[in-house]
Design a protein around this ligand. Structure first.
Ligand SMILES: NC(=O)c1ccc[n+]([C@@H]2O[C@H](COP(=O)([O-])OP(=O)(O)OC[C@H]3O[C@@H](n4cnc5c(N)ncnc54)[C@H](O)[C@@H]3O)[C@@H](O)[C@H]2O)c1
Length: 441
């Protein structure tokens, strides 16, 4: 029987008549939905946020690197619509889950979004559907949480419906790679599910990397993020060591990176940020504990990277001290609130702990970020709603006691910063040559 379902879905996929449902239209889901729509497939996008549905159905985009024209074109061609009517999941032949996977306050996995979405799918699940989880999570989530919930309908994975995991590797702001050109890892809970997921993604994505199971695909994604987290921590630790030795870590890295083999460059910074690197490794750490295994590298990376915002604040204190000033009462401008350059995303940005600590020490804090015009009142930034980006003029800069480069967006006039500000704390290696006004952090 499953052969019939498989063959008929495969045919629909290959003829591009399969309807694709994407749940969660954020940084991952929206570009993915548009990638399938661009290839001529009908896509239904589901999101619980009414603002997002409204904007998308009006042909607008809320993600800076996705032009509204792409949304408009997909709408006009009748290939895309956004909805919150989860009953319409019934219309979809393939359903891709792209909802958040955050951590709880105690840094345990918060799978409540995945669980809620799975229950929505369960309510409409029918034979012959393909379900793919894309949200980053610990190995076993698809086989345990998703499969068990969907099988409680009486339908069987691999017989009645097909279940797979395929991690997103979106890198917002990276113009060299897009959703369609980044190779996509795919693993099914069974070989038929893997075949179907592979065939589906091959319609929109240039290269598919097939692995033997959903768990292997889950582990591949988390391995990539653990690798980044650990290497970021390593260079951050070296930065502090070399600073004490009077050695410039940027010069060291420039030199080390000339080795044509066996070295991969990572840059130090004010900490780690974004929806992935500070969070995902702890999904694995949590799961490993169930197996009695330790993840010492992950915990250590967390310790080192979480200490970096305080290190930046220490460097601010040091710089002000050289000017015979205290943080208390000083005007400090943070340059760049986003967690990385050239994007407007402030989720988990190290700029927040830096800002909170400086305010706690009595600084008069402002910021400039060309891509973040206002800081909303969120969990990362409670109590100071509506703080707005100041213009980066010579007058504003000259009024500061210190300017802290937290994120090195392109297009900022760093020469002006250096000439007009009395003191610059540089956490991103913007100024390579030593300068009396610059303190590297
Ligand atoms: N942002 C990235 O660069 C990136 C890269 C790789 C993987 N990921 C992973 O992809 C997943 C999604 O991340 P994101 O950055 O797109 O998050 P996001 O917050 O940008 O988007 C998630 C969307 O899901 C919606 N949503 C929440 N609950 C929902 C529900 N029950 N039903 C329908 N919609 C719901 C939200 O309104 C939001 O629009 C996460 O697991 C993340 O770790 C993200």
């Amino acid at each position: 029987m499953s052969l019939n379902y498989k063959a008929s879905l495969l045919q629909k996929i290959e003829q591009r008549t399969a309807v694709v449902g994407v749940i969660g239209l954020g940084y991952v889901g929206l570009p993915l939905a548009l990638a399938f729509a661009d290839r001529g497939m009908r896509v239904l996008g589901f999101d619980t946020d009414p603002k997002k549905q409204e904007l998308l159905n009006a042909g607008r985009s809320y993600i800076q690197h996705i032009p509204a024209e792409r949304v408009k074109k997909a709408l006009e061609d009748g290939r895309f619509a956004a909805t919150a009517e989860f009953g319409r999941l019934r219309e979809c032949d393939a359903i891709l889950i792209c909802v958040p996977t955050p951590l709880t306050e105690t840094r345990d996995p918060d799978l409540s979004y995945v669980a809620a979405t799975t229950r929505e799918i369960k309510a409409v699940l029918r034979q012959g559907q393909l379900i793919v989880l894309e949200s980053t999570t610990y190995p076993g989530t698809t086989d345990e949480l998703v499969k068990e919930t969907l099988e409680s309908t009486g339908l069987r994975s691999g017989r009645d419906f097909f279940l797979a995991f395929s991690p997103e590797r979106e890198d917002p702001g990276n113009s060299s790679f897009t959703t369609t050109t980044i190779p996509k890892v795919v693993g099914g809970c069974d070989p038929d599910a893997g075949d179907l997921a592979e065939a589906l993604y091959a319609q929109a994505i240039a290269k598919i990397v097939r692995v033997s199971s959903a768990a292997a695909a889950e582990a591949a994604k988390i391995t990539e993020n653990v690798f980044r987290a650990v290497n970021i921590a390593l260079v951050n630790e070296l930065k502090v060591v070399y600073e004490r030795m009077g050695i410039d870590v940027w010069e060291v890295l420039d030199a080390a990176a000339t080795k044509p083999f066996g070295f991969m460059r990572f840059n130090p910074g004010p900490g780690w940020g974004g929806h992935c690197i500070p969070l995902d490794p702890f999904y694995l750490a949590w799961k490993a504990r169930q197996y009695g295994a330790d993840t010492k590298f992950i915990e250590l990376a967390g310790e080192v990277n979480r200490a970096m915002p305080d290190y930046v604040v220490e460097r601010v204190q040091h710089g002000l001290n050289l000017h015979k000033k205290s943080v208390n009462g000083s005007r400090v401008l943070l340059l760049g609130m986003a967690y990385k350059k050239n994007i407007g995303d402030t989720r988990e940005s190290p700029a927040y702990p830096i800002a909170r600590t400086l305010i706690g020490l009595g600084a008069e804090l402002g910021y400039h970020d060309p891509l973040v015009s206002v800081l909303p009142d969120t969990r990362s930034w409670p109590g100071h709603p509506g703080l707005r980006s100041q213009p980066l003029t010579a007058e504003v800069l000259a009024r500061q006691d210190a300017v802290v480069i937290v994120t090195d967006h392109s297009g900022v006039d760093y020469d002006l910063v250096l000439s007009a500000a009395p003191l610059v704390i540089d956490a991103r290696g913007v100024y390579r040559a030593p300068h009396p006004k610059v303190i590297k952090a």
